[in-house]
Design a protein around this ligand. Structure first.
Ligand code: DUC
Ligand code: ZN
Ligand code: ZN
Length: 477
């Protein structure tokens, strides 16, 4: 078995930092050692197969993106990253595990949806992967099938209060699914937006001739997110289900979560880089030679971008610092402009919803360290350690300690990254992050002991990644 020593770096965890060498034996972290240690009278560095010099750099646990949609059939097309292209791009960006969403819809069996996702991913992934289960059709059969998910290593499921006719669950269905959540320990993940009301608003805007991409965000008003978040919280409290609200973008929804947590309720929230950096005003002002005003379609996602005038982005950074929001995932759901987003050229309602960011999450969040919005330790906690704890992976993932998987990133705080569609590895013809500058760089990525990215080269292969059978969330009470 190959051995690797990462030497000279500053090892950063969710709770602190210190100078240490990290020894990886085969696929597993064997030891965290004082710098330059000897073992049995021999320099460790002299006895390993590979030495990685991390002098002046941070050594962190590999990122875990707990919210991706590779190959998702959605909006009349499929998300443009396959498990192969999307996980390779993730690796380039310092993410060594993803949790994607297997899909069940009305009239389909949960077991079949899960099997289909296994088929898409198996043998194709560059990094380790797990699944949540979308339950898009709550009925007696799917409720019964949910009880078997924990044994399959699927310890969380997602419901939608949005998208009537696609994934939508009404309150009665949410209540029933949450009762199963309470009984089994499955974590309920919620897309919290009032879908039926949003659809009315969207139709009224379109009827009034307001069909540009920007109106997507107007129809999906913050009140729709706040209201649904509150409703989800109350239903979870009533049933005793643990609740995790995905892709929170409105400050009022954050306040609902903070209020519930202040009551001592077991409620959590995730946000995404787009809700920290991008705004509805930028989307309104977007224009290009090629697309004109339709340029704004690049940022059509749900929940939508919010107004910077109302301070949502600032509030969200603050919530990350104060732990009102506990995690940052991407909701990676990429669509190309040509042939996909342009399905909605004449009407925003037909634009496939989604942004691709799986490659850039670690960098974009590191920039929050540079600008003093979060600490270095909080960066690791938000992007790796809490995702591992939240979704039943901790110990194996999310931490650098003996016995953990050898998932390690060497991050250079003196490096520089410029994000562009010309250089990214996601299967997209544009970048939602075009021209963003990051004061740091992912130098080396090790996935279960294998160096997959180093020196600007990719050394991994399709099929390196294995399915992660997850345990229950550490946050259950
Ligand atoms: N939001 C998106 O932007 N895309 C996929 C599904 C979702 O809820
Ligand atoms: Zn969603
Ligand atoms: Zn999603």
């Amino acid at each position: 078995m190959a051995t690797t020593l990462i030497t000279g770096g500053t090892v950063v965890s969710a709770t602190g930092r210190g100078e240490a060498d990290v020894l990886i034996d085969g696929e597993t972290i064997a030891a965290v050692l004082a710098p330059g240690s000897q073992l049995l009278g021999t320099d460790v560095a002299a006895s390993v197969d590979t030495v990685i010099d991390a002098t002046g750099k941070y050594v962190i646990p590999g990122g875990i993106d707990a919210h991706t949609h590779m190959e998702l059939p959605f909006g009349g097309t499929n998300a443009s990253d396959t498990f192969e292209t999307g996980t390779r791009a993730a690796a380039w960006g310092g993410t060594t595990s993803i949790i994607d969403f297997a899909v069940q819809r009305y009239g389909e069996r949960v077991q079949d949806g899960l099997a289909a996702w296994h088929e898409k991913a198996a043998g194709n992934c560059a990094i380790d992967y797990g699944f949540h289960q979308i339950v898009g059709g709550v009925d007696d059969d799917s409720l019964a099938a949910m009880r078997g998910l924990v044994d399959e290593g699927i310890s969380s499921f997602k419901l939608f209060m949005a998208y009537p006719g696609v994934f939508y669950s009404d309150d009665a269905q949410v209540l029933k699914a949450m009762q199963v959540s309470q009984e089994t320990g499955l974590l309920t993940m919620m897309h919290a937006e009032n879908g039926p009301a949003i659809d009315v608003l969207a139709a009224q805007l379109a009827d009034a001739g307001k069909k540009a991409p920007y109106y997507h965000g107007i129809a999906r008003a913050w009140q729709m997110e706040e209201e649904a978040t509150h409703r989800a919280i109350m239903l979870a409290n009533l049933t005793g289900a643990p609740l995790y609200v995905v892709h929170v973008s409105a400050k009022q929804a954050v306040d609902q979560l903070a209020w519930a947590r202040d009551q001592g309720w077991n409620v959590f929230g995730e946000t995404c880089p787009q809700y920290l950096y991008l705004s509805l005003e930028e989307q309104l002002g977007a224009f290009s030679e090629e697309w004109g005003q339709f340029e704004g379609a690049k940022w059509v996602c749900s929940t939508p971008l919010r107004s910077s005038r109302d301070g949502h982005q600032h509030h969200m950074w603050q919530a990350l610092r104060t732990n009102d929001i506990q995690m940052v995932s991407t909701d990676h759901c990429p669509f190309c402009m040509k042939g996909q987003k342009d399905l909605g050229l004449d009407d925003f309602r037909a634009i496939p919803n989604g942004i691709g960011s799986v490659e850039h999450r670690m960098d974009l969040m590191y920039q929050g360290v540079v600008t003093g919005k979060i600490t270095l330790e909080r960066w690791v906690e938000l992007t790796s350690t809490t995702p591992a704890r939240m979704f039943g992976l901790y110990g194996r993932k999310g931490v650098i300690q003996p016995g953990a998987d050898g998932d390690v990133v060497v991050y250079d705080p003196n490096g520089h990254t410029r994000i562009s569609a010309a250089s990214h590895h996601m299967n997209m013809d544009h970048s939602a992050w075009e021209g963003f500058e990051i004061d740091g760089h992912v130098d080396t990525v090790i996935s279960r002991g294998k160096v997959v990215v180093d020196g600007g080269q990719y050394h991994g292969s399709k099929g390196d990644g294995r399915f992660l059978k997850r345990g229950l969330s550490q946050y259950l009470i």
